[in-house]
Design a protein around this ligand. Structure first.
Ligand SMILES: Cc1ncc(COP(=O)(O)O)c(C=O)c1O
Length: 407
């Protein structure tokens, strides 16, 4: 059967996306990574471009992706066990590297157990499948990541069993509890640790306090879940993320190895029983091949580095460069959203101006991402700058200099 009719129908959908300004731009292709040299941090080459680029749109906050120890660990694991697991976890696709990483990340976030997934995205989907039943009500922040929102749909949570509170608004979180039905036995409050479009953070201490206040009303209590994909490794005094920053650990922690840790994959950390339920019930864990041993070995070393003098020094540099950039924006009279996280938005508040500025920065050799409606609400159009530990002082000065000429 030909795809002619399907293609025609999809073509119409794609045109609508373009007309509404919601279509993604063609993907740029990185061809080379140029390590830091002297005063200059790492640079990238793109297909079809002569110049070298500085990246301020990478989530690799500690710049560990090219760390020799991670590469060596991935190499050794591959030579020992091969490039693919050959099967899903429960059909002998489990290698010691998977278990080592699970134990290491559980220890890192101070929980009794953890399960690893191919991504934080599939972790969220797996968690919703594992811990939800017909008598569960979910409460989430309005700006939660797409993976959390999608996880509810995949788990088939009806809209009557979901409430959304205004971003970081604790009064509105209280209001959500009034929406919980009388037959509900379990309430789950789920939120991003760091909101990746804004660089601001969930007030976990206040959220936990609210959850604790209502816990006695439900048979299984009120369970708090943080997805700290942008916080873990990059935030808090020792890189434990937003819970460390807020001095409060939610019941369940979801995170990624694909941002500050520089590798790939996601995890859920919680009690041993929750983790066994995940192993038994989370389809996105059960019916798909796991991460390669190379990813696992690299991520385990990455966690070790985070816990070393080197990691603390990377974190200190990340904080210093972030502060330099934030101060520079303020000196230029440019608007941002305050806070110490390395996601630093420049509020442009206009779609055409955002697009032009992103383009002008590209021409000056700076890679950033522009956020326009519907990714952010109308009026909140912005450019997201992401600082990382390998940016040099001179790199940040260069970007600020470019901004000075462009704004
Ligand atoms: C809160 C949150 N969860 C999940 C993800 C997805 O992470 P991963 O690439 O590991 O699926 C992201 C990043 O885009 C995120 O910001």
């Amino acid at each position: 059967m030909s795809l002619e009719n399907l293609d025609k129908a999809l073509q119409a959908e794609l045109e609508t996306l373009h007309d509404e300004g919601r279509a993604k731009q063609p993907e740029r292709i990185i061809t080379d990574y140029l390590p830091a040299a002297g005063e200059r941090g790492p640079r990238y080459r793109l297909q079809g471009e002569q110049k070298e680029f500085i990246r301020l749109n990478s989530n690799s906050y500690l710049s560990l992706s090219n760390h020799p120890a991670l590469i060596e660990a991935a190499d050794n694991a591959t030579h020992a066990c091969g490039v693919g697991p050959g099967a899903v976890r429960f059909i002998d696709g489990t290698y010691s590297h998977h278990i080592d990483l699970e134990n290491r990340v559980a220890q890192f976030v101070g929980k009794p157990a953890a399960k690893i997934f191919n991504s934080a995205y599939t972790s969220n989907c797996g968690l919703a499948l594992a811990i939800s039943n017909k008598k569960t009500h979910w409460v989430g922040d309005q700006l939660n990541h797409n993976s959390i929102i999608r996880s509810m749909r995949i788990a088939g949570i009806p809209s009557a069993n979901k409430s959304i509170f205004k971003h970081n608004d604790m009064d509105d979180l209280h209001r959500c509890f009034a929406e919980v039905g009388d037959d509900i036995e379990r309430v789950i409050v789920v939120f991003d640790g760091i909101f990746s479009m804004r660089g601001d953070y969930a007030p976990i201490d206040q959220i936990q306090e609210t959850a604790d206040r209502y816990a006695h009303k439900y048979q299984d209590g009120v369970i708090t879940v943080v997805d700290d994909s942008h916080g873990i490794g990059a935030y808090g005094d020792t890189g434990r993320g937003t819970p460390e920053f807020c001095a409060t650990w939610p019941d369940i922690v979801v995170g990624t190895f694909g941002k500050a840790f520089g590798v790939n994959g996601g995890f859920i950390a919680a009690s041993t029983t929750v983790i066994e339920a995940v192993r038994q019930k989370a389809d996105t864990y059960i019916y798909t091949n796991p991460l390669s041993v190379a990813d696992c070995a690299a991520a385990t070393i990455s966690l070790d580095i985070c816990d070393s003098e080197e990691g603390l020094s990377l974190l200190a540099n990340l904080k210093e460069r972030t502060a330099q950039f934030r101060q520079g924006l303020s000196n230029l009279g440019l608007e941002s959203i305050p806070g110490p996280h390395p996601v630093v938005p420049l509020m442009v508040r206009d779609t055409a101006k955002t697009r032009k500025l992103v383009n002008d920065l590209f021409n000056a050799g700076v890679l950033v991402v522009g956020l326009t409606f519907p990714v952010v609400p109308k009026g909140d159009e912005s450019i997201r700058f992401q600082i990382n530990a390998a940016h040099s002082k001179a790199d940040i000065d260069y970007v600020l200099g470019v901004l000075e000429t462009l704004t």
